[in-house]
Design a protein around this ligand. Structure first.
Ligand SMILES: Nc1nc(=O)c2c([nH]1)NC[C@@H]1CN(c3ccc(C(=O)N[C@@H](CCC(=O)O)C(=O)O)cc3)CN21
Ligand SMILES: O=c1ccn([C@H]2C[C@H](O)[C@@H](COP(=O)(O)O)O2)c(=O)[nH]1
Length: 283
């Protein structure tokens, strides 16, 4: 929690105002932030200075791992987070590749599970990673990448957290996650949970101990209409200790994640938090 608050303070103290054409809003921005999560110690990085709806974050992650391309499928899992980008941005609404209401196009998990090959067929990046790690193999290229510039025109948004690189040292699994753009009040609240949960879940289904997860953010920003709530409300509050995440131990494979897992298979204990804050969302 300390590193999150330190990043917010840094944006306020050192940030530079940048105009953003896509949203039409200005953002107070810093470049480069390195966050670290101790998954081995189960220090779940849930924001405590406001109520965080962590189930939405894990639901969104599960949707990516399943390769979903439709906001309705995310909603069924418990994440409403893609409704606006799929249905309210005029550039995407007028895109000829959009396949109707709730379609997100070829984003995130579609690339992770079905990256189109120029010579036909698709690559399932996640399947390969899980198969290798389960055999104890780290080929120094255990990379799940959602970033496919050749298909940006076929999706509603370029991926923000775009690459997850797994590594094995003995029987301990590590994760480095890379994010090009981060809405610190709203997005990071979810992204911290996702990086942590991704390492915990993949360690569990491949039979390894989780180690640390390292989260690199390039452009970290606060939108102009979020700034007063961050500065005058959230940053005035004292954080509470980290809660713990538990995952149903019956989840043992990628197939389990694809077929029967729901948000009931995840539980957070010891979550003390301040009141919710409703930050404005920019589409
Ligand atoms: N401007 C912007 N910021 C983002 O963080 C973001 C995007 N766009 N577009 C794509 C995804 C969608 N994400 C989202 C979307 C909405 C919330 C949100 O409204 N969160 C609420 C609670 C939502 C709930 O009830 O589950 C929050 O208070 O954190 C969070 C992340 C993250 N991403
Ligand atoms: O997981 C996510 C997804 C999105 N965001 C934020 C970061 C930006 O504020 C917008 C995306 O806008 P771009 O113009 O494509 O950078 O969404 C996030 O923080 N986390």
């Amino acid at each position: 929690m300390k590193q999150y608050l330190a990043l917010c303070e840094r944006i306020i103290n050192e940030g530079v105002w940048v105009e953003n054409e896509r949203t039409g809003k200005r953002c107070l921005t810093v470049i480069n932030a390195d966050l670290e999560y101790d998954v081995a110690a189960n220090e779940f990085p849930l924001i405590t200075t406001r109520k965080s709806f962590w189930k939405g974050a894990i639901a969104e992650l599960l949707g990516y791992l399943r390769g979903y391309d439709n906001a309705a499928d995310f909603r069924k899992l418990g994440a409403k987070t893609w409704d606006a980008n799929a249905n309210e941005n005029s550039v995407w609404l007028n895109n000829p590749h959009r396949k109707g209401h709730d379609d997100m196009g070829r984003v995130y998990g579609v690339q992770g599970r079905a990256w189109a090959k120029p010579d036909g067929g698709t690559v399932d990046q996640l399947r390969k990673i899980i198969d290798n790690l389960s055999k104890g193999v780290d080929d120094r290229g255990e990379i799940l990448s959602f970033y496919n510039p050749g298909e940006f025109h076929m999706g509603c948004l370029r991926p923000c957290m775009h690459t997850h690189n797994f590594s094995l040292l003995g029987d301990t699994l590590y994760l480095n996650s890379f994010q090009r753009s981060c809405d610190v009040p709203l997005g990071l609240n979810f992204n911290q949970v996702q990086v942590f949960a991704l390492l915990a879940i993949v360690a569990q289904i491949t039979g390894h101990k989780p180690g640390k997860a390292y989260h690199k953010i390039v452009n970290a920003h606060i939108y102009e209409d979020q700034l007063p709530l961050m500065q005058d409300v959230q940053l005035k509050r004292e954080p509470f200790p980290s809660p713990k995440l538990s995952i149903n131990p019956d989840i043992k494979s990628l197939e389990d994640l694809e077929t029967w897992v729901t948000m009931d298979d995840f539980e957070v204990t010891g979550y003390q938090h301040h009141e919710a804050i409703q930050y404005p969302f920019s589409v």
